[in-house]
Design a protein around this ligand. Structure first.
Ligand code: NDP
Length: 240
């Protein structure tokens, strides 16, 4: 069924693979992005997927975006909160702004969009929500108190939301990727990355498509009994 789907940060990296996989699964997809218009235009031209620019950390922009999608397409059935940023450094050097940016974009966004989408899903008695967490929210990571806190928060948020959504056939699940070959990971210094890959039992970085496959699985109509779970996709690096 052409369920209407919103993928935040859906024009690059993991999000782009999720948008494409959902489209291939027969969904109507809107891919959000923050400001890289060139990448969004190239993605849209290549895939035919609609794009929508807004800041997931801004509550009003999120409400307006969800309302616009429902007005145009009639519903919002699948919400994938994928957009995320890093602002890494040790706590002694981390500024309050670095903390706020990561919490607002990675975790505040989940509240903003789930809040905006939930009542419509409830009225239609169907919803699939996927929040992209991280191995570093499960295990912690040096230089990432902001990111680890935001991602760990996503896991708790998802479980609580799953309880609220269950009676309305709204599922909420988290996916915790390990290290995936995207721009975010390419920003990690090569010597650090080499040590990380050495610790992945599967012996390689993840591919964006590895994560997208999990999203398609938990957003299927048939996945009605999968809720409140965290699906780790990390090549065996961390078993939670
Ligand atoms: P990328 O940096 O490759 O892409 C990030 C995407 O998010 C871009 O489309 C970007 O838009 C968008 N974005 C960033 N900030 C905002 C914002 N404020 N509002 C709207 N969109 C925004 O990231 P990845 O693909 O690597 O990561 C995707 C998700 O997976 C993130 O949540 C990340 O934390 C998580 N993750 C990634 C891992 C990895 O190894 N790569 C591991 C574990 C988790 P624009 O193109 O306009 O900049």
């Amino acid at each position: 069924m052409a369920r209407i789907s919103l993928v935040t940060g859906g024009t690059r990296g993991i999000g782009a693979a999720i948008s494409i996989a959902l489209k291939q699964a027969g969904r109507t997809v809107v891919a959000n992005y923050a400001g890289n218009t060139a990448a969004a235009e190239a993605f849209s031209a290549e895939t035919g997927i609609e794009t929508m620019r807004f800041d997931v950390g801004d509550y009003d922009q999120c409400v307006n975006a969800v309302n616009a999608i429902v007005a145009k397409h009639g519903s919002l059935d699948i919400l994938v909160n994928n957009a995320g940023i890093t602002r890494d450094t040790v706590i002694s050097k981390m500024t309050r702004d670095m903390w706020d940016a990561v919490i607002d974009t990675n975790l505040g966004s989940c509240f903003n969009l789930c809040k905006a989408a939930f009542d419509g899903m409830k009225a239609r008695k169907f919803g699939r929500i996927v929040n992209i967490g991280s191995i570093n929210g499960q295990a912690g990571q040096y230089g990432q108190v902001n990111y680890a806190a935001a991602k760990s928060g996503i896991h708790g948020f998802t479980k609580a939301l799953a309880l609220e959504g269950a009676r309305y056939s709204i599922t909420a699940n988290a996916i915790a990727p390990g290290y995936v070959d995207t721009d975010m990971v390419r920003a990690v210094p090569p010597d650090v990355l080499e040590k990380i890959v050495a610790k992945i039992p599967r012996g390689r970085l993840g591919k964006a498509e590895d994560i997208a496959r999990g999203v398609v699985f938990v957003t299927a109509d048939e996945a009605d009994f999968i809720t409140g779970s965290t699906l780790s996709i990390n090549g065996g690096q961390h078993m939670y």
